[in-house]
Design a protein around this ligand. Sequence first.
Ligand code: KG4
Ligand code: ZN
Length: 346
Amino acid sequence: MLVLGFESSCDETGVALIEVPSDRSQGAPRLLAQALFSQISMHQAYGGVVPELASRDHIRRVLPLTREVLAEAAVPLAQVDVIAYTQGPGLAGALLVGAGVAVAMAAALGKPTLGIHHLEGHLLSPFLSADAPEFPFVALLVSGGHTQLMRVNDVGSYEMLGETIDDAAGEAFDKSAKLLGLPYPGGPHLARLALNGDAKAFDLPRPMLRSGKPDFSFAGLKTAVLTQVKRLGEAPTEQQRADLAAATQAAIVEVLVRKSLLALKETGLKRLVVAGGVGANTMLREQLNAACGKRGVRVHYPELSLCTDNGAMIAMAAAMRLQRGMADLQNDGGFAVRPRWTLGSA
Ligand code: KG4
Ligand code: ZN
């Protein structure tokens, strides 16, 4: 079977084609081709994602990217068996573009569609790497909108262990970066600035570090960064900015590592999967590897390029559902996007 997947929930248009042996004994799904267009430079002028601009740009990109993917895989569109798309959560207008194109294309081909949860895509993205994890595992999902620790028993069986009560880790990176005058999305820029900084130069809070539960709060950190930025005044030195960036990153990473260890201890599992954009952070990877290595825990990451939003993870989630007979295929031409949608809810 061939699955075409679309991602359009935020500011990346992603398309991918995956080949799926219908029987799991015949092997794992295989990525044939993928293409991605990031709208980041368009939104940078506004300091964040402008939903209406995002929707319009998805419309412009989705068909050329699809043509590119099919050409690279040398597969005619008519051979595609299932069209998957991100059904939610995300920006309503942006989701509607991917969903609308998927359903229209499927109707024209007489093939079914499959709506996928964006976070399930992130969770299952490490299965696209050569070193795929085995179930069950603890997942640390750290994206721009979500920070959650989950027990993943199998595809579709997710138990929430803890989540953020306010800002997500990615948001903490992005908002702090903005306060430091860095462009959107700030996470990677802040990490780069932090390379030359001394994390000990500022004493920033680690909210809920000792709550004893695997949940998070990052809003206080942003406020603390704001206080320091004000204290530094109009013209902070490059070193002061780098120090504050390093201290911010250290605070976020320490909380993420400690809470992951707590979730591993609670579940007794020895496998950790890190997914979502913040999973690309080098310091987070180094510290998780060190802490987990000492405890005999294997850590799996998606390939760096697949940490942030992409079409491959959506096609992969669809493929894994199809192989397990868990795909709720639709072919009535109707669709409903779900901008707010909790993973695990019906
Ligand atoms: O998963 P993702 O692409 O989008 C959502 O579904 O939200 O995650 C985007 C987030 C942004 O907040 C971005 O700043 C952050 O991931 N991010 C990073 C890094 N790369 C991306 N944060 C810290 N360090 C990075 N290297
Ligand atoms: Zn995402």
